[in-house]
Ligand binder design. Sequence first.
Ligand SMILES: O=C(O)CCC(=O)C(=O)O
Ligand SMILES: [Fe+2]
Length: 319
Amino acid sequence: MGSQTVSEVPVVDFTQDELKPGSAKWASACQVIRSALEDHGCFYALCDKVPIELHNSVFTLMEQLFDLPLETKMQKISDKPYHGYYGQNAHVPLYESLGINDPLTKEGVQEFTNLMWPAGYDLFCESLSLYAKALVELDHVTKRMVFEGYGVDQRHCDSLLESTKYMLRSFKYRLPQEDENILGLHAHTDTSFFTILHQNNVNGLQVKLKNEEWADTDPSPFMFLILAGDAFKVWSNDRIQCCEHRVIIRAKKERYSMGLFSLGGKMVETEEELVDEEHPRRYKPFDHYEYLRFYATKKASESKSRIKAFCGIDYAHQT
Ligand SMILES: O=C(O)CCC(=O)C(=O)O
Ligand SMILES: [Fe+2]
């Protein structure tokens, strides 16, 4: 099968040589992914493309990164929402995060490294570039599997992958003090197509399953949790669910996590092959960065569904 289930969320095993496009295992894994995304909005990729040495090195570098003075970290600003430094927020006092824009390009990682370490830091630059490359490869292969799972022309996937913009974000959760709330990050869904999360072996991240129960996730080094966000919900015309997730800090060790967010560089739109009489189009095409800006507004936070409030088509007015 190429998959097994751990606490309801399916695991697709990418370490097997037999999981090649065209094989029976591949075809069945594509269906496992499709069902998992429709049920829970997430699945695990068991993957060894990030060797344990690189995993350890990246998380050690993250400790060094977050140990930098606050003024240094705050220099990471961006005109794109949620791409800069985030932290020191009274609603989520344990949480801090920093994003690297375009981590696949040499300039993207270099620019971020130089901002944090003006004298340069080659190991950081090289390790993060290698790491981002491995995560982007996983993003590509899993997106191909989603398209195949729905029987959609792979050329449409080529076009999505070519225009995709990536952001690699790192998260740190400090330990709560005795009288402090243990909520690390409130429950939310992401705006991305996929968010690939990779953790430092410290528990805390939970996902809401189809049965509405919160499940702990597996933070081990070869487990990559792949979450669907609003963009895949729109692409699939509401077949794929967005995965609700949150962070609760119960462990006695600081939690670090890495997230690769994929955004549409062109307009995000519903796959035409997934629209028919039975499934009329539910969303208007939209610009992903415009949606990110809308997401942070009061109007958005007051709406039942941000994505529907932003670009949902009102059926009552359809002819
Ligand atoms: O800490 C994590 O692993 C998840 C962070 C997260 O969900 C987010 O920033 O959207
Ligand atoms: Fe998230």
